[in-house]
Structure formats: C-alpha cells, structure tokens
Write a protein that binds this ligand. Structure first.
Ligand code: NDP
Length: 230
C-alpha cells in the first residue's frame, strides 16, 4: 500500500489529493495547521486506519521533524503542498511589506526544505521514495511577463532552486523529486476564475507523481505535463 504524506490537506488542492489517494487505496497522512477545524478532511476518513490527520504548521521550524516522528514509517510520497500567496495588497512595487515577505518565504520555501530534511530517511526507506514540491509557474523567472507579485514569485523561485538541489542531493539516496505547477486552480487561492478544478489538478498531478523516477528527477512541470522553464 502506498504511503503518502500531504501538507495543507484540509482544503483546496491538498484536500483533493487526500480524497484521490484515499480512493485509490493509499495510506494517507494528512497534515494541516488546525486538525480540530479540518472537518472536510476528517469527513474523508474511511474509518479503517487508512487516514491519519496530523498537526503541521509550515512556518514552525521544528514542525517537519515532529511530523516525521509522528508518521514514523517508510514514506513513498511526500507532497509538500501547503503554501500561501502572501498579502494581496502588499506585492506591488512601492508597497512591499517586509514582514509578509519573510513570512511567505518561510512557509513556501524554507518549510518544504525543512520537511524534506526531516523526511529524508523515511523516503529513503521506501523502495521508491518521491518528494513532490507544489510550486507555481509564477516562480518561473523566464515566464514572468507581467511583473508584480514580488513576494509570491520570490518564494516560489526560492522553492524551485531548493527543489533542484534536493533532486541532486537526494538522488544517491534513491529519492526522486518533482517540482510541479498545479495549474490555475479554482480554490481559495486561485479564485473562481481558475481554469481547472482541484480534482482535475490532483488527478493530473497524481499521474505525474506515478511517472516520477530517478531518471526524470528535478524537472519543473505543469500539471499538463508540459516542461516549464526556470
Ligand atoms: P488554498 O489557499 O486553497 O490552500 C492552501 C493550503 O495551505 C491550506 O490547506 C492552508 O491551510 C495551507 N497552509 C497555508 N499556510 C500554512 C502553514 N503555515 N502551515 C501549514 N499549512 C498551511 O491554496 P491551493 O490549494 O490553491 O494551493 C495549494 C498549493 O498550490 C500552494 O502551495 C499554492 O502556492 C500552489 N498553487 C496554487 C495555484 C492555484 O491556482 N490555486 C497555482 C499555483 C500554485 P489553512 O487552512 O490552515 O490556511
């Protein structure tokens, strides 16, 4: 049985991944900031031990280690999905909020790195451990033709740089790394004009995760499968 750990699993794309992987028989360790309020996530519980809900705050430096200790067994897929946009009104030139910049970087880039460090042994203990970073094409420097969004873009570019180093450093340990753009998805973050549903995003990402190997580790891909430039 596949064992997957998903962060930010209480709503949006992470919740859909939890639903989808449970449907396909995986053992799901779903992490969220406030399990007490994760009603939609808990409602997915088939009641046979297939779903475990854990507390996890990506901004807390020790959270990755605590989550890894709580899971405590070989992990086939670690999906670092939790993320924030940062302030909607503090990302245009002249309006940078320094505190929000640092907070967003901590959640979107430092959090996944600490998580990867904490789970490296558990992923290596799997036959084919996979680390998946939920990035964004807004983290692509060459794709940026519209400017703005300084905080979010910088945080996802930092995540992408982190993902490439992780792919190189974890390969000798048998761990493959994917850096994914989930599409423009209709969630709280993506808004109602998004092009695809969270279900479609999760399904297409799952197919990419299943196709992830040590041969294609370290790639930056759109959920459509298209390669994205750094
Ligand atoms: P949502 O805003 O709908 O959900 C974000 C999730 O991340 C929530 O579960 C939220 O939990 C969690 N989260 C936020 N901050 C933290 C934290 N400090 N610790 C733990 N969990 C946290 O966003 P999406 O589902 O749309 O986005 C998921 C990922 O996909 C993000 O990384 C995002 O950047 C990326 N993405 C999304 C796109 C889109 O179009 N939607 C496009 C490109 C990338 P809580 O409920 O506690 O806030």
């Amino acid at each position: 049985m596949t064992c997957i750990v998903i962060t930010g699993a209480n709503r949006g794309i992470g919740l859909e991944h939890a639903r989808l992987w449970l449907e396909t028989g995986a053992e799901v360790h779903a992490a969220c900031r406030t399990p007490d309020r994760a009603d939609a996530l808990k409602a997915l519980d088939p009641g046979d031990g297939q779903l475990t809900v854990h507390a996890y705050d990506a901004a807390a430096p020790e959270a990755g280690k605590a989550l890894a200790a709580a899971v405590g067994k070989p992990v086939d897929v670690l999906l670092a999905n939790a993320g924030v946009m940062g302030p909607r009104d503090g990302q245009s030139l002249g309006n940078t909020d320094p505190g929000a910049w640092v907070d967003t970087l901590k959640i979107n880039a430092l959090g996944p790195l600490l998580l990867a460090e904490a789970f490296a042994d558990l992923l290596a203990a799997s036959k084919a451990g996979k680390l998946v970073l939920q990035s964004s094409r807004m983290g692509s420097i060459s794709d940026n033709t519209s400017g703005g969004y300084y905080i979010y873009r910088a945080s996802k570019a930092a995540l992408n740089a982190t993902g490439r180093s992780l792919a190189i450093d974890l390969k000798p340990h048998g761990i493959a790394v994917a850096i994914l753009h989930p599409g423009w998805v209709r969630t709280d973050m993506g808004g109602s004009n998004g092009l695809i549903s969270a279900r479609e995003s999760a399904e297409t990402e799952k197919a990419l995760i299943e196709a992830l190997t040590l041969e294609n580790t370290g790639e930056f891909r759109h959920q459509s499968g298209e390669f994205l430039a750094w």
